[in-house]
Design a protein around this ligand. Structure first.
Ligand code: LMR
Length: 396
């Protein structure tokens, strides 16, 4: 019956995690998947999250959530993404639903856009998170890349990016990451973002923000700056967000999709179609994680504690970035490795070629993904020296 079904080659990121787990070497280092590890090398349980979890009555029946998710959770998502005092919230112009992580937001948003803008195609940065192609291509979009990463400078090809966006056809969907770009760690400046926003408005494009690393760049509010700014300008856009990383709740699948609309009437229509899209896909979201996040974010004390914990994670990542840069500079003064400290968030694009990545893994037990992307949040004091030494040996 199923002989014709092709074997799955595996996902490049998730398969590597399996290879890592099977690697018997004691000194192996996982810098592949986007997990934040603490100073002891563990995926943390945040105190604020643990306190919120302890307040949940686990004896309550696990009834279905509505298609759009719990109202308290959705309110909390809007405030986390846009800021509690954002005029678009007060004006009732945002339709927000609970999604299964940031990936769920991409899927529901992609299906929604494909259904209601069937002639639109989609533009995405070169490079981007590999799974964007699976999820959004899977929603039926023809996908195009716009210039982003400059291998020569390890920076942004801003002028080329802008020129490409200025030539978009009407109603093109543009997938953007507002902070901590995955996989490069390179973000536009605020001045550059403002020019991008102008170009998108001129072309009547549909921006779709994927915000999976809010808080890991400059701060929870700072990282959402361009999202809030564009929502203030009044145009339409989609924003997917995730608490997987910022609350260390990867497996609970806690994310959101917000569609900012020009009017409250449009927001109500859109909310209905998002509900219909969820119903067609998986009927309703998962309960427990949204209880935890809703409890945390709707309690001012816990929310403040969480902000503090996100700041600690961000500070530790930046310390690891400096630590790696300093060690590499000492070991390889012939190389310019400053990009480790200018790139933001969990990831750095090292520029390492696939054969260098293979050497790091095979000879030194240091796992990066094949593109040369490193999860710097997987560095900690105990592995920093070994990683720097291994990299110094394979870099050219
Ligand atoms: C990553 O890019 O490593 C993360 O977003 C996790 C994933 O699912 O790929």
């Amino acid at each position: 019956m199923f002989e014709h079904v092709p074997r799955y080659a595996g996902d490049p990121i998730l398969s590597l995690v399996q290879t890592f787990l099977k690697d018997p070497r004691q000194n192996k280092v996982n810098l592949s998947i986007g997990f934040y590890y603490d100073a002891e090398g563990k995926v943390p349980v945040l105190d604020s999250v643990a306190q919120a979890r302890d307040r949940i009555d686990v004896s309550a029946p696990a009834v279905y959530l509505p298609m759009e998710g719990d109202a308290q959770y959705r309110k909390a998502v809007q405030e986390a993404v846009f800021g509690a005092d954002h005029p678009a919230i007060a004006e009732g112009r945002i339709a927000t639903i609970h999604t299964l992580g940031g990936s769920g937001a991409l899927k529901v948003g992609g299906d929604f856009l494909k259904a209601h803008f069937p002639g639109s195609e989609l533009w995405i940065s070169d490079p981007t998170w590999e799974n964007h192609y699976n999820i959004l291509g899977g929603a039926g979009f023809e996908m195009h890349a716009f210039p982003y990463y400059d291998a020569a400078t390890n920076g942004l090809r801003f002028e080329e990016m802008l020129a490409a966006l200025r030539q978009l056809p009407e109603l093109g969907v543009v997938l953007l990451q507002p902070c901590c770009h995955n996989p490069t760690g390179i973000d536009p400046t605020r001045e550059q973002w403002a020019q991008i926003a102008d170009a998108l408005a001129e072309r009547n494009a549909i921006p779709f923000f994927d915000m999976a690393y809010q808080g890991f760049g400059d701060g929870l509010d700072e990282d959402a700056w361009i999202v809030r700014e564009m929502a203030r300008r009044g145009g339409a856009m989609l924003v997917g967000n995730s608490f997987s990383k910022s609350m260390s709740l990867y497996g609970e699948r806690v994310g959101g999709l917000s569609v900012v609309c020009p009017t409250p009437d449009e927001a109500a229509r859109v909310l209905g179609q998002l509900q219909a899209t969820v119903r067609k896909n998986y009927s309703s979201p998962a309960l427990f994680g949204s209880r935890v996040v809703g409890t945390l974010l709707n309690d001012p004390g816990l929310r403040a504690a969480w902000h503090g914990e996100v700041a600690q994670m961000r500070t530790r990542i930046n310390a690891m970035r400096r630590g790696l840069r300093d060690r590499l500079q000492a070991l390889r003064p012939d190389l310019d490795v400053d990009y480790f400290v200018t790139q933001r968030g969990m990831f750095s694009y090292t520029g390492l070629r696939p054969e260098q990545v293979d050497r790091l893994r095979d000879e030194f037990g240091v796992y990066l993904i094949q593109s040369g992307r490193m999860c710097v949040a997987g560095l900690f004091e105990a592995n920093l020296d070994a990683v720097a030494q291994a990299m110094a040996k394979v870099m050219d």
